[in-house]
Design a protein around this ligand. Structure first.
Ligand code: FAD
Length: 209
């Protein structure tokens, strides 16, 4: 049997591992693979690839230069807030506003996506439909979250007419919006202030020590 050949997409400095390319691929031939530090980057199975270029077109880096400076209009409207519930604040990283928005979406029958630890202390994006289910998203996990089929699930819930709150890093939201293409009024996104995520390899060494 011949070995499957993979081609890495793009340069690392122009890829945040958002998974928009994985989600859009009609042949499902893109997978996320770990580099030597454990950071996930997309790789294409070139035997199955039909060269449709959808992965290149959906990439948030394709026609934009990212900058870490806020837009002019964002600077002119800025609000600060924190959750009045002290218990929630203690369980949160920075004031617990996540729960204010998430609780409202759940109360309206919606779905909330966020990052949670799995049983092996890896971080993955998943969703909750109950208040109880939200607790796993609370608190910062300073690791790149595995997106799995998250973008595809968001699209499905929106198609069903459900409200969806997607929370995550700015680069994940940029990828999700490029993947969905249209601005759905039922989609709400909250990104967190993010300096980047730590090395998964160091995290694993720490866990095992
Ligand atoms: C990778 C990372 C980098 C950060 N960098 C900075 C920084 O440079 N400066 C700063 O002031 N604060 C930073 N933070 C903290 C972050 O901005 C606060 O955690 C955020 O403001 C949470 O606010 P909260 O109290 O409302 O919610 P919390 O209840 O504390 O946080 C929950 C929210 O964080 C999301 N979340 C948690 N971990 C991840 C993850 N790994 N990937 C995606 N989403 C995640 C959950 O989905 C949920 O929406 C960082 C957090 C992360 C996860």
């Amino acid at each position: 049997m011949s070995e499957t050949k993979y081609l890495k997409i793009g340069e690392k400095k122009r890829c945040s591992g958002c998974t928009a390319c994985v989600a859009i691929c009609p042949k499902k031939c893109i997978t996320m693979q770990a580099d030597e530090e454990g950071f996930l980057y997309p790789a294409v199975n070139i035997t199955a690839c039909i060269q449709c270029s959808k992965c290149v077109r959906v990439c948030p880096y394709t026609d934009s230069e990212f900058t870490n400076k806020p837009e002019e209009e964002e600077l002119s409207i800025c609000y600060a807030a924190y959750n009045k519930d002290e218990e929630i604040r203690y369980k949160s990283a920075s004031g617990g506003m996540f729960r204010v928005f998430a609780d409202r979406i759940i109360a309206e029958g919606g779905v909330v996506f966020g990052a949670a630890f799995d049983k092996d202390f890896a971080v993955e994006h998943t969703y909750a439909e109950t208040l109880q289910g939200l607790t796993v998203f609370m608190g910062s996990k300073y690791l790149q979250s595995r997106m799995g089929d998250t973008f595809i699930l968001v699209k499905q819930f929106l198609k069903e007419g459900r409200k969806v709150l997607f929370t995550g890093c700015g680069c994940q939201i940029a990828g999700l919006k490029r993947y969905l293409k249209s601005d759905d009024a039922n989609l709400f996104c909250i990104d967190l202030i993010c300096h980047g995520s730590d090395s998964p390899k160091i995290w694993l060494n720490y866990l095992h020590s």
